[in-house]
Ligand binder design. Sequence first.
Ligand code: CTP
Length: 398
Amino acid sequence: MLAGKRILLIIGGGIAAFKSLDLIRRLRERGATVVPVLTKAAEEFVTPLSASALSAEKVYRDLFDLTDEAEMGHIELSRAADLVVVAPATADLMGKMAGGLANDLASTLLMATDKPVLIAPAMNVRMWQHPATQRNIATLKEDGILFVGPNEGNMACGEFGLGRMAEPLEIVAAVEAAIADGPLRGKHMLVTSGPTHEPIDPVRYIANRSSGAQGTAIATALSALGAEVTFVTGPADVARPQGVRVVEVQTAREMLAAVQAALPADGAVFAAAVADWRMAKAVDMKIKKDGKGSLPVLEFAENPDILATVSQMKKGRPALVVGFAAETDDVVKNATAKRKRKGCDWIVANDVSPETGIMGGAENAVVVITSDGVEEWPRMGKDQVATRLAAAMVQALE
Ligand code: CTP
């Protein structure tokens, strides 16, 4: 529910703007107050009258509208909100945000705000793929801007691909995640997830079967309890959680760097299936057959242990560090030893033998090992494991 929440909704100029009118309705149904801001281009697609009729609020349009300045200055307008949502976020608006431009009301509000900003990009697939947009996305993610979508599908322009704005209800879910009131409000939680890919040469890599489902569910559950979540993920199969800060990495060393950059955090969950080894030497060219049948010998080096590194930090260690243990035998014994060795507070151990169907599956059967002992949880959905783990973390952090 969004009762009592105030959302500043910046509507950019794209064909998806018509969906933003529905978004206003959906947000208001949940109790939010929605204050619309229209860019000049947005007015080509939706009228200020329809935005104001649906929101029952004054619609803001022009930076130099003195009446507005007298009533509420643009600084105040941007800060009176609990969340700023940009939907649709056009390539142009994203470029302005990434470049720090402030030449109209929308971009000025985005520069002036001290509140979280959630954007729902919408543009033609080629525009989405353009290196300039990709650079802007990376910059915006680094700045902590939250993303919802875009989705893949048919576009108004007749092309197919990534670039369709997320549906209004998906945006509502991301809004709820971004401003959820809950016991973890004000807390920063870090979650690692997915496999890592360690390149053998430019075309081959070492990986594992982790889908990222459990880590994604944990990030979603923590966020639903009001936490600000940084989600550091390897190349996972499942869709990224909405309303959290997503940092994409490939290798274990990149994951460690991203985790260190994201600290400090109040709590951290290391659900990633990090590759234990990488190639000892980087190979820049594809390894070729030599025509004589001789086989390549791969020489490995050990990857840094991210969980152990963070658990053993002398300064700035998160108050609660939770590791996972993927075992195929002697689960409790191995995981108990792992908890001690790595120095984390809790270990969530699971049996990843192929017959359990856990790795890559929808369910999990875990044993949670803490300094108080061993707790066996019944087999349940990964979402339920996540909810229960998040609730236990709330208690531990109180
Ligand atoms: N982990 C990590 N960095 C690594 C390896 C593992 O952060 N380089 C974390 C995982 O995210 C997980 C925990 O350590 O939370 C245990 O992972 P697991 O694969 O079970 O253990 P390993 O340390 O790889 O030990 P082993 O393979 O010997 O069982």
